[in-house]
Design a protein around this ligand. Structure first.
Ligand code: FEO
Length: 399
C-alpha cells in the first residue's frame, strides 16, 4: 500500500500516516497516532524532497516516490535532524545518489553524528538563503530551538507555502490532507505544543514574530494535517506561547488510603465554588499528555500527594519532574496531602521544580486523616489562591 497526494500543482504529500503508534520517544503518549509528512516539490529544473520519514516506514516513502514516478531527486531538505524526519535519509540517498542534503550548518553536524552521512553529501544554507528549482524558489528561515537547536523552516515563495516540520504540527493520524475538523486538530496540536514546544516558549514567540509578515497560504508541518487557513494554528500558538494565564487550578494527585483524596475533593469543590476552573488528574493511571495540555494555560498547580518513605509518592515525583522540564507559564504552586509518621515531602518536591519561576503558597500537609482544622487550612489556601489571582489580574472581576 502506498499513498501520495497532490497539495498544489507539482507539490505532493508522500509521507506516512502511522495509525498505530502509541508512544513517542518511549515517553510521549500518542492516543491518536501520528504522521510523518514528507513533501515532494517538482520545479521546472530541479526536484526537492522536504523531510523524510521515520526509518521504520522508509519502505513506504520509497514506494510512494516510485509510484509517483518522481524522477530523480536533486535535494533533500532536512528541516530537523530528529530521526522521525531524518531517519530515512540514508535510504533515500542510496536510491537517489545525486541528491544533496540541504540544511543548517548545525543540522549537518547532527546528521553526520546521528546517521553517519558523509560530509560531501551536504549543502548548508544560511538564514534567508534561497535555492532555485526553476519555476519555484525555496527560501530557508533559521528557526532554532523548535525544538532542537538546528531547526529551520522552508518557504516556497511562488506557492506561499511554509514547511515547518515539528513547529505548528500535531500528533494525529488522519486521512485529511488539510484540516477539516478544527476542534480535533486544535486538541492534537495543543497536546503537541505542550509536550514538545512549551519548554521553548520565549523562542517560539520570536519565531512567530519572524514569520509574521510572510504571505502564507498553506502551512505544511511534518506531523498532522496541513493548514489552508494558517491563522487557525498561528493564533493558537500566539495564545499558548503568550504570558497570559487562565483562572485555572490544576490538581495532579494520588491517594493511597483516601486521606489525600478527601483533601483534594474538598479543596477542588471550594475552588469551584469561588469560580475557579479546576482540572483534577489522578496520577495512578495518568495520560501525562492531558496533564501537559492543562499546564499550557493554568495560573496555579496544587500537587496532592501522600508521603511515601518521608517523600512524595513516586508517581507524583514523575509528574513534578515532567512539569519542571516542560516549564509552563504557571505563577503559583502549592502542595496538599497527608503522612503517617513523618514527612519531608514539601522540601523534596520544592527541590524538584526549581526550573519553574513560581511562587510557592503555604502547603497543607496533615498527619493522618484530615480533621476540622485541616479543612480550615485548605479554605485558607483557597482564599490565598483567589487573592493571588485577583492581584495578578487573572480574575478579571470580583468573585
Ligand atoms: Fe518530529 Fe522533533 O521530531
Amino acid at each position: 500500500m502506498s499513498l501520495r497526494r497532490e497539495l498544489k500543482q507539482d507539490i505532493y504529500a508522500v509521507g506516512i500516516i502511522d495509525w498505530d503508534r502509541r508512544l513517542f520517544d518511549e515517553l510521549v503518549p500518542l492516543p491518536d497516532g501520528t504522521s510523518y509528512n514528507s513533501y515532494l516539490i517538482k520545479g521546472s529544473e530541479k526536484t526537492a524532497l522536504i523531510d523524510t520519514v521515520d526509518p521504520t516506514v522508509a519502505d513506504v516513502l520509497v514506494r510512494n516516490l516510485e509510484e509517483l514516478e518522481a524522477g530523480d531527486i536533486d535535494y533533500v531538505i532536512a528541516d530537523h535532524a530528529e530521526q522521525d524526519h531524518s531517519g530515512s535519509l540514508p535510504r533515500i540517498l542510496g536510491i537517489y545518489p545525486r541528491a544533496k542534503v540541504v540544511c543548517t550548518p548545525k543540522c549537518k553536524d547532527m546528521l553526520m553524528d546521528l546517521l553517519l552521512i558523509p560530509e560531501d553529501k551536504f549543502i548548508t544554507v544560511a538564514d534567508g538563503e534561497t535555492l532555485p528549482l526553476g519555476n519555484k524558489t525555496l527560501e530557508f528561515i533559521h528557526a532554532p530551538w523548535v525544538h532542537w537547536p538546528e531547526t529551520m523552516l522552508t518557504y516556497l515563495r511562488e506557492d506561499k507555502m511554509l514547511f515547518t516540520c515539528d513547529f505548528l504540527g500535531s500528533h494525529i493520524a488522519t486521512s485529511d490532507l488539510f484540516v477539516t475538523d478544527e476542534a480535533m486538530v486544535y486538541e492534537a496540536a495543543k497536546r503537541y505544543y505542550a509536550e514538545i514546544m512549551m519548554p521553548f516558549r520565549p523562542i517560539i514567540r520570536k519565531n512567530l514574530e519572524k514569520i509574521k509578515d510572510l504571505p502564507i497560504d498553506i502551512i505544511a508541518p511534518s506531523h498532522g494535517p496541513a493548514y489552508d487557513k494558517p491563522d487557525f494554528i498561528l493564533n493558537a500558538y500566539r495564545d499558548w506561547a503568550s504570558d497570559e494565564v487562565k483562572n485555572e487550578v490544576i490538581i495532579p494527585y494520588i491517594s493511597m488510603h483516601g486521606s489525600t483524596k478527601k483533601m483534594v475533593d474538598y479543596f477542588a469543590e471550594a475552588l469551584i465554588e469561588r469560580g475557579i476552573t479546576v482540572k483534577q488528574f489522578n496520577l495512578s493511571e495518568p495520560d501525562i499528555g492531558k496533564l501537559a495540555m492543562a499546564l499550557v494555560d493554568a495560573a496555579t498547580v496544587v500537587i496532592g500527594s501522600p508521603t511515601v518513605l518521608v517523600g512524595p509518592h513516586p508517581k507524583v515525583v514523575y509528574a513534578a519532574c515532567l512539569a519542571n522540564a516542560l516549564r509552563p507559564k504557571l505563577k503559583f504552586v502549592s502542595i496538599i496531602g497527608s503522612y503517617g509518621w513523618g514527612s519531608r515531602m514539601v522540601e523534596q518536591l520544592a527541590g524538584m521544580i526549581t526550573s519553574l519561576k513560581i511562587e510557592i503558597l503555604d502547603p497543607v500537609v496533615v498527619k493522618g486523616a484530615p480533621k476540622e482544622e485541616d479543612f480550615i487550612a485548605l479554605d485558607k489556601l483557597v482564599d490565598e489562591i483567589v487573592n493571588k489571582h485577583r492581584e495578578h489580574n487573572i480574575i478579571k472581576t470580583k468573585a
